[in-house]
Design a protein around this ligand. Structure first.
Ligand code: KG4
Ligand code: ZN
Length: 336
């Protein structure tokens, strides 16, 4: 089934053509360069960028897939959660295409689509049930995924998302935006790995919830008190990265144990982080049979192919959206 995917939940304008797991095209145009000077995504700027570029991106996605609009059999679009003005562009395009081409349309949850980006690679597919960890700029959440259309939210961050914490630490250290890749690069340069001690979060013995605002503030106070922050930046990045990754890995492994699940899928922009992958792989090795699946790095950040692959799966399971589909900034995952 040829599916046109559309993703505009944040600062990436993306359109794809997919056929099951097969990605025929996946064009991503980012407005990240426009947000750099503000140190974070400015919703109004992101929304305008989508309006300006979405048709060009659609055109490129069709051309590079070698398909035409008349070949498309399904339209899958992110309808939340995300920035409402940004989501509206994608949802409006999906509706007009669905109406004019007379093809079905399906709204897809952005967080779940991040998990399904792991299904785009050629490698081994994760088996259900699995524990899904979404780690992005806007979200940090754990899900129990029984099936492609049945999942339950287990826990989430009580304050900042982990990607946001990477971005803020980079901002405090004057390293630029987005923070994830640059903090990861700096951490590798650390010469004194024991120098900076940062607090771990404690939210209760059995809590699977996350919290990242405390460590961000601890970094801020450390930097304010530091005599030479440039000299210490690499050690600070190392300590920050280790602490937040330990929290992610520990709680995800604990969720797998509590729910007696042997598979874990990690998705979202932060899933591109090499240290996160290493630590998960190590934890899995010592766990007695748990397997951890990651998307290919090119599918970690926001993209339309992950929307297409999940949308097609849901459509085959009988789900549909109609023209009343709305852009939902706080769209929740329905527990099942
Ligand atoms: O999934 P995504 O593209 O957007 C949202 O849905 O939010 O994730 C973007 C986030 C940013 O916060 C960025 O700093 C972070 O992913 N990120 C990383 C890395 N690459 C991107 N964080 C840690 N390490 C990385 N290598
Ligand atoms: Zn995302």
């Amino acid at each position: 089934m040829l599916t046109l995917g559309i993703e505009t939940s944040c600062d990436e304008t993306s359109v794809s053509v997919t056929e099951g797991r097969n990605v025929l095209s996946n064009i991503v145009s980012s407005s990240v360069h426009l947000h750099k000077k503000y140190g974070g995504v400015v919703p109004e700027i992101a929304s305008r960028f989508h309006v300006e570029y979405i048709l060009e991106v659609l055109d490129k996605a069709l051309k590079s897939s070698g398909k035409r609009l008349k070949d498309i059999e399904l339209i899958a679009v992110t309808n939340g959660p995300g920035l409402v003005g940004a989501l509206l562009t994608g949802v409006s395009l999906a509706k007009s295409l669905s109406l004019s081409l007379r093809v079905p349309m399906i709204g897809v949850n952005h967080l779940l689509s991040h998990l399904y980006s792991a299904f785009l690679s050629d490698g081994e597919l994760p088996d259900f049930p699995f524990i899904g960890l979404v780690v992005s700029g806007g979200h940090t959440a754990l899900f129990y995924c029984r099936d492609s259309y049945k999942q339950k939210l287990l826990s989430q961050t009580q304050d900042d998302a982990v990607g946001e914490a990477f971005d803020k630490v980079a901002k405090i250290l004057g390293l630029g935006y987005p923070g994830g890749p640059v903090v990861e690069r700096m951490a590798k340069l650390s010469k004194d790995r024991e120098r900076v001690k940062l607090p771990k979060t404690f939210l209760g013995v059995n809590s699977l919830d996350f919290s990242f605002s405390g460590i961000k503030t601890a970094v801020l106070y450390y930097v304010r008190a530091s005599k030479n922050k440039d000299d210490e930046a690499a050690d600070i990045c190392h300590s920050f990265q280790e602490t937040v990754i330990d929290e992610l890995v520990d709680k995800t492994m604990r969720a797998a144990e509590m729910h007696k699940v042997k598979n874990i899928v990690v998705g979202g922009g932060v899933a591109a982080n090499t240290r996160l992958r290493e630590k998960f792989t190590d934890a899995a090795r010592f766990s007695g049979g748990v397997k951890v699946y990651f998307p290919e790095r090119r599918y970690c950040m926001d993209n339309a192919a992950m929307v297409g692959v999940l949308g097609e799966e849901l459509y085959k399971r009988g789900q549909r959206s109609d023209l009343y589909l709305s852009a939902e900034p706080n769209l929740e995952v329905v527990n099942a």
